[in-house]
Design a protein around this ligand. Structure first.
Ligand code: 8YV
Length: 328
């Protein structure tokens, strides 16, 4: 096994992580931490692949085919911090003999909470109301002021019924009395679906035609890129809302802006963006849009759990055991 001067494998940790994660990482490995937390450039990522035995990257690291083509390659594992790994070219990683792992499960509940937060905020005009109070414009209660849309009893359409989709379905049904419909090309077992009380639909389009709220819970893959394009946005009800805390490129952001401007849909709650951290400027001016800075898993508890899960994957790998969360 290759190792650093300390005899332990060298692991480049690309961003600052919570202290309860950095501490054991530094004990277990010759960990190279990112003290100033700057996002690594392609050149820095290539250097890390040349210098380290393993990387612990995040969603801000674009591990493209070009970056992964680096010579000589020393790294043997990419222990991703996060469940989504669309920022890693897994085909190239595999071709270069790199193992890729992720951190599922530990972020499911908080990410589902974030989707419900977006749904409630956009339906009940939470962001707009907050801006109103802070601006000093509020003149007092009145019966017709800032009326929103009721959530209880409405139909929630889920695109994707994986771990996070199921946690959203559970919350929506048990907490808000919503009816839940979904489409997933690889649905969970029928018993799981019926236990959730979620109703399958044959296609994404069928979900869009029927739902009052549409929430996206698919992985970002070439097949789901721009899944929500102009045609599909037009299938949604005029009074419906779109929620996305999966990945930005599942939505054609330009088409979304047009749909919001034309009143094709009523509003959107977005935690992720197509060109993150850039946000289409028009969205910044729209009151019926809630914009959050990729907060899905952003709790102390979950960000620590994600780090410990990545650490577990690294430890297993360097001990010669199969890492629990291998995805490539
Ligand atoms: C993370 C996420 O914060 O896990 C994911 O896929 O989108 C977020 O929960 C981010 O990916 C960390 O790298």
């Amino acid at each position: 096994m290759s190792a650093g001067r300390s005899g332990r494998p060298v692991v480049v940790v690309t961003r600052r992580l919570p202290r309860p994660v950095e501490e054991p990482l530094a004990r277990e490995f010759d960990a190279r931490l990112n003290a100033d937390d700057h996002p690594l450039s392609a050149v820095e990522l290539a250097d890390a692949l040349r210098a380290a035995d393993g990387l612990l990257p995040t969603v801000t690291d674009r591990l493209t085919a070009q970056v992964l083509a680096v010579e000589p390659l020393r790294a043997r594992i990419l222990a991703n911090y996060g469940v989504g790994f669309n920022h890693i070219d897994t085909v190239s990683a595999k071709a270069r003999g790199l193992v890729v792992t992720n951190t599922p499960d530990v972020l499911t509940d908080d990410t589902a909470d974030d989707a419900l937060m977006l749904l409630l905020m956009v339906a009940r005009r939470g962001g707009e109301g907050e801006r109103h109070v802070r601006s000093g414009a509020w003149t007092g209660w009145r019966p017709t002021h800032m009326l929103g849309t009721r959530v209880t009893g409405k139909t929630l359409g889920l695109i994707g019924l994986g771990r996070i989709g199921r946690a959203v379905a559970h919350r929506a049904r048990s907490g808000f009395g919503m009816r839940v419909i979904f489409h997933d090309p690889s649905p969970p077992p029928a018993a799981v679906v019926s236990e959730l009380g979620a109703e399958p639909r044959a296609s994404v389009d069928d979900v869009l035609r029927e739902a009052d709220f549409v929430s996206l819970h698919s992985p970002a893959t070439p097949e789901t890129r721009h899944l929500m394009d102009a045609r599909r946005l037009a299938l949604m009800k005029r009074g419906a809302f779109l929620v996305n805390n999966a990945r930005g490129d599942i939505v054609d952001e330009t088409a979304l802006v047009a749909a919001l401007k034309q009143g094709t849909i009523a509003g959107a709650g977005l935690d992720v963006f197509e060109h993150e951290p850039a946000v289409t400027p028009d969205l910044l001016t729209m009151e019926n849009v809630v914009l959050l800075p990729h907060l899905g898993s952003a709790t102390h508890e979950t960000r620590i759990a994600m780090g410990l899960r990545a650490l577990e994957n690294l430890k297993a790998f360097f001990a010669g055991a199969p890492p629990r969360d291998r995805v490539a």
